[in-house]
Design a protein around this ligand. Structure first.
Ligand code: T3D
Length: 264
């Protein structure tokens, strides 16, 4: 099962990355962490890759940490801070910093860190049958992988607190209604819809989209003045890109633009 904990398929302009430990609902062990980070780094190094689609094999998206690696074996408790620092935090930072959009296709249950890894992606689609579970409270932990940051910002303090403290499953349709995710779609249409989005991004003005990621993330801590200045700087860079020139020209020519995704 662990021979290939992450599958990578190179598609035209984007990569499909599949968490592949289905017997454990794609929960994370070290091998899967390392393989996922390698897949993200490899995609980032490929200038032809302009989007990434992340999903899970089998009936689950990801059930967070593989708890079979955490069964108490002695008097010394595991240092969970070490795993967070070594694996989960770099993963969330990497997803947010990738210079192209990441689409999550949540094909089934997303629990614990698995739910929050999905929320760290840029656009989240979920199968109608999927659930999001902040499972941490059930085992005496705190939501990690950015959960305590994403939840209140996406759905407000009251809902964030209840989800985190009660660890109840949140069905995909409710997650959409609450603004936690972009869209719930019929199970049998999930991968086609997600692929359509990734294909769209594969021919989008990638540098501009990466700048949008940067601006929205910065807005979480900037005041309006600082954000206006950041927008000015990003717009200056985007305005010097070939895709901006092409976008304007295509508009004037009344034709579909042919974006390269390049910064310069
Ligand atoms: O430790 C650190 O480094 C700190 C970081 C922590 C990050 C975290 O993510 S902590 C939270 C860890 N995750 C959980 O607590 C979720 C545990 N799983 C569940 O609560 C349930 O499995 C689900 C609600 C996700 C799904 O329930 P259900 O009924 O659909 O499936 P199931 O029967 O429970 O699971 C199917 C199989 O997957 C089962 O194995 P079996 O009995 O068929 O051999 C189950 O044990 C396995 N599985 C599911 N989740 C995990 C897991 N095995 C190991 N670790 C898991 N997280």
């Amino acid at each position: 099962m662990d021979d290939t904990p992450v599958l990578v398929e190179k598609r035209a302009g984007y990569r499909l990355v599949t968490l592949n430990r289905p017997a454990r609902l794609n929960s994370f062990n070290e091998a899967m962490h390392k393989a996922l980070m390698a897949a993200l780094q490899d995609a980032e190094a490929d200038s032809a890759c302009r989007a990434l689609l992340l999903t899970g094999a089998g009936r689950g998206f990801c059930a967070g940490q593989d708890l079979s690696d955490r069964v108490a074996g002695g008097d010394t408790p595991p240092d969970l801070g070490h795993t967070i620092e070594t694996y989960y935090n770099p993963l969330v930072r990497k997803l947010r910093a990738l210079p192209f959009p990441v689409v999550a296709a949540v094909n089934g249950v997303a629990a614990g860190a698995g739910a929050n890894i999905a929320l760290a992606c840029d656009i989240v689609l979920a199968a109608r049958s999927a659930n999001f579970i902040q499972a941490f409270a059930k085992i005496g932990l705190v939501p990690d992988s950015g959960g305590t940051w994403f939840l209140p910002r996406l759905i407000g303090a009251a809902r964030a607190r209840a989800l985190a403290m009660l660890a109840e499953p949140l069905p995909a349709e409710k997650a959409e209604a609450w603004g936690l995710i972009w869209k719930a779609v019929d199970d049998d249409k999930l991968m086609a819809e997600a692929a359509k989005l990734a294909q769209h991004f594969a021919s989008a003005p990638t540098f501009g989209i990466a700048s949008i990621k940067q601006a929205l993330d910065a807005s979480e801590c900037n005041n309006l003045g600082a954000q206006l200045e950041l927008e000015r700087d990003l717009q200056r860079q985007c305005g010097a890109s070939p895709d901006y020139r092409e976008g304007v020209k295509a508009f004037m020519d009344k034709r579909v633009p042919n974006f390269t995704g390049r910064r310069s």
